[in-house]
Design a protein around this ligand. Sequence first.
Ligand code: SF4
Length: 490
Amino acid sequence: MLVSYTEKNTATELGSAVTDGEPPSSIAVADPSAVDEPPSTARVAATDAHSHRVFRNDEFWKTIPSWSDLSTEQFSDWKFQVRNSVTDFAGLVHLVGGITDGAFLEDVRQGILAAPMVIRLSPYILSLIDWENPYDDPVRIQFLPVLSRKEPDHPMLRLDSLQERRDSPVHGLVHRYPGKVLFLTLDVCPVYCRFCTRSYAIGQNTGSVEKATIKASVDRWNRAFAYIASHPDVEDVVISGGDTYMLPPVQIRFIGQSLLAIPHVRRIRYATKGIAVMPTKILTHHEWREAIFHVTELGRKMSKEVCIHTHFNSTNEITDLTRQAADLLFQGGVKVRNQSVLIRGVNDDPARLVKLISQLAWMNIQPYYVYQHDMVKGVEELRTTVATNQELERRVRGSLAGFNTPLFVNDVPGGGGKRDVHSHDWYDRSTGVSIYRSPAVDSDAVYCYFDPLSRLDEIGRERWSRPEEHGRIIAEALENAGLSHLRLTM
Ligand code: SF4
């Protein structure tokens, strides 16, 4: 059963009065025309600044011929969403072969063959793609590769660019910062993002990548709990994967209870992209939702924080179903934060990014991070320059309250962790090399990020085209930064 709403989700909600008990079914608002508008608000009202309050509420899945008869209730059923996720090219052609261009589909087929990630699209996310104009669709760009847009990899790209395996004392447990661990519980997700940082492990093998597996296993989890219990510095645990949406309710509870029982663990976060790509599971899988509520409530009773970190990149992923899911979580006392990845053609535009952040804030999802795209192989056309990230930060800051303004960070290759994108010691726009330090992680190390070759000037591109020049480019950057005495970690 879906949750129904009688209030219209519009600016009139601003005028609602808080009363005890049930929310009001109708809201009385003053007639705006009867109120003299002060000059300072006129400018805001004259823009489309409120478009983030409007949520798509049509039966968008009916554009897919096989789903044209489905009711909202049938489409929203989480079992339908899981069973009908598209996991191969034949399944994709079956669903959209009649509504999109054949040449585009052939482009996708060839893109899949060259990609480091297999495909998996939930019915929700597949239905949101504009199949009449799929090339530039921000949802398509994230989940379906096309060969024609592929750019050659930068020579410094790595499969496990964050070096997570090097910092894993227990298989699937990354311990890099003194107070925090990243707990990889499983290696599957409700969708597969083309740009996944963990493309070294997530999903099935592809033609170009044999995956390191991180299977869900109680034995392995118990070893992780024992490690955390024996390291009193650890206060934060990120429960990730893969995606915790794929854990059954009993495992959500087991993992949450086990971690909360460790006295020095104060904060746990379930990482899931699920709210963005299959929000109806929150609405229809009652046991899963109750498991999250249970662990959150248990944590609250112990004065410990339990929250969800999710991953929206574009407003095209957001519908009224998303809003309903976010409302349910909020009403259940679950704090949700969002971590976006900066992706060319998806959100590397100030207006799009401001709208995304505003819409998240409207749903009480805190915009937490905007990440510089990781240096993973096979998706070079998705990366932006550091300069783009910096300019977006300048343009976005000030649009919303400080606590709803994300941190724009570069999770630097080599394991330096998240650095403020502006905090580099050196940045050369011609060669695209930026240099960061991360003293809290390793005071003797420096870390480099490399802008995509297609975004460099002619001189920079020419230098990177010569392998003998690569070492010189990096040495020159270190020297200019005055950091040649430090150890380069990549
Ligand atoms: S949901 Fe997260 S872990 Fe899964 S493919 Fe996407 S980015 Fe990777």
